[in-house]
Design a protein around this ligand. Structure first.
Ligand code: SF4
Length: 484
């Protein structure tokens, strides 16, 4: 005897409406329903029951709500299918626009010695650990081979300002090439700002360069996290942020924090520091399992649950500050809210499926090696070259993008066909992150039931939906974040 009922058992009563593909998750007695492009609504247990059993009266208000979200359609209707197809195409339009972000690791040298550094920095030997002009020019060739209309070139390290002459040359050459190409071209320097000079600021002002920096919170926390000669990392970062704001404008600087064990009880202090400096947002992010974070055991110093508590408290405080009239954003939540509440795919590499590696970003290491992501490069510095896609001297954009080293993790990690993810109500908000899962479980897919990536993301999705549904102020704030 079959364990499954026949298809007729699932047909709508009276043939008035039919189910479209949807997924669901129970949330404190209510049920979250998401359609195949991530639009959501929350139903009472009783409403969900009548939907699932096909007993929903055709003239009920719930039918209107479910049709509006393309969870059901009237028999014979074609428009909802066309609408779903259009929304799905819009969401995946970015795939044809690969690769938008090109990261040049212009030096592996750094004068900081952060114990949780996710890169295996070097302190000496300029000749050995700096990118040469010839390598950078090949990186530019590869950058302009990608079909994306929008190209962002990001300079990273080590500390990229230690090889600032090369940054100047790459920017100049990219701008010259772009006169013919006409792409939407932008530049970012990811720097700790300790070496920021007037010369650097002047060049950034003339070439509209954005600065991304690291700020872990108040001085004592930041300086313990980020040792450097003189123990003045915080003072230099804060002075640098002020000078960038004055010279380039408030929109040309953003800061990232990393959560160490010492940060966990201090999320309010951390946020207050950002507010005091006039920064408009903060990215609450956990440590990643790469580089010195593994060697020094910083990564294993706290678990996913403890980080989720930190995030919840931080988001609650940010909303409290917004209630008091401050305009402050939490960036990770904003990426997710954009996926939940709009049809725009924000292109955040860790929350993409197919994964963002290669498609969303390529990394050109100082020595000419090409990696699928910055994390893939960090793994290579630890001795594992799984995500090395080739070398600028011998490979073309085409050979890189069709390499087995890229296609295998993309295919194997695809969330729509992954156990747990394919049934998960949050799949369209989530990603696959094959580098993280390879680093933590040894394969590109990972076991989601044991994955901290899954645990953290699922907790955040639930928390955001809970706030959105039950707190009118949070709802309005989230809508404004998602629309930015
Ligand atoms: S990783 Fe977890 S939260 Fe994300 S889609 Fe898969 S099962 Fe859902």
């Amino acid at each position: 005897m079959s364990r499954f009922r026949g298809a007729e058992a699932f047909a709508a009563s009276g043939d008035d409406w039919q189910l479209l593909p949807f997924r669901f998750e129970r949330l404190n007695g209510r049920v979250l329903v998401t359609n195949m492009v991530g639009e959501h609504l929350v139903l009472s247990g009783e409403d969900f029951e009548v939907l699932a059993t096909g007993e929903l009266p055709a003239d009920s208000d719930l039918v209107r709500r479910l049709r509006a979200k393309q969870v059901i359609k009237r028999s014979g209707e074609r428009a909802p299918l066309s609408l779903l197809a259009l929304k799905a195409r819009t969401r995946h339009a970015r795939l044809a626009e690969s690769t938008g972000l090109h990261i040049f690791v212009v030096s592996l040298r750094c004068e900081h010695s952060c114990p949780y550094c996710q890169v295996s920095r070097q302190s000496e030997d300029r000749d050995r650990y700096d990118m040469t002009l010839a390598t950078a020019e090949r990186g530019l060739d590869m950058t302009f081979r990608s079909p994306s209309r929008s190209l962002k070139i990001e300079f990273q390290g080590g500390e990229p300002l230690l090889n600032f002459g090369l940054i100047e040359e790459v920017v100049r050459q990219a701008e010259v090439r772009n006169r013919d190409e006409g792409r939407d071209l932008g530049f970012v320097i990811a720097s700790n700002l300790a070496l920021l000079s007037d010369e650097v600021l002047d060049f950034c002002a003339r070439h509209n360069i954005h600065i991304s920096t690291s700020l872990d919170g108040p001085a004592d926390l930041h300086n313990r996290n980020r040792p450097r000669p003189g123990r003045d990392s915080w003072e230099r970062a804060v002075d640098g942020i002020r000078r960038v704001r004055e010279t380039l404008g408030v929109d040309h600087i953003s800061a990232l924090m990393t959560t160490t064990k010492r940060s966990l009880d201090r999320v309010r202090d951390i946020i207050d520091t950002y507010v005091d400096l006039g920064l408009r947002g903060i990215f609450l992010r956990p440590l990643s399992p790469y580089g010195f974070a593994i060697k020094t055991k910083s990564y294993s110093a706290y678990d996913a649950e403890r980080w989720i508590d930190f995030y919840r408290e931080g988001l609650g405080y940010i909303l409290e500050l917004n209630r008091q009239g401050l305009d402050l954003t939490e960036y990770f939540s904003t990426v997710i809210l954009r996926k939940m509440l709009t049809n725009v795919e924000p292109g955040y590499v860790d929350l993409m499926s197919p994964a963002g590696i290669g498609i969303g970003a390529l990394v050109y290491n100082y020595d000419g090696s090409v990696y699928a992501s910055d994390e893939g490069r960090m793994l290579a510095e630890m001795g594992d070259e799984t995500f090395r896609l080739g070398h600028l001297e011998v490979d073309t954009y085409e050979s890189i993008m069709t390499s087995e080293a890229l296609l295998a993790p993309l295919e194997e990690s695809f969330a729509l066909s992954a156990p747990m993810c394919s049934d998960c109500a949050f799949e369209t908000y989530c990603g696959s992150d094959p580098v993280y899962h390879y680093a933590t479980s040894g394969d590109f897919l990972g076991r989601k039931s044991e994955s901290d990536f899954c645990r953290r993301n699922m907790a955040i999705f639930k928390h955001l939906i809970d706030l959105y549904e039950n707190d009118e102020f949070a709802r309005r704030t989230f809508l404004s974040w998602a629309g930015r």
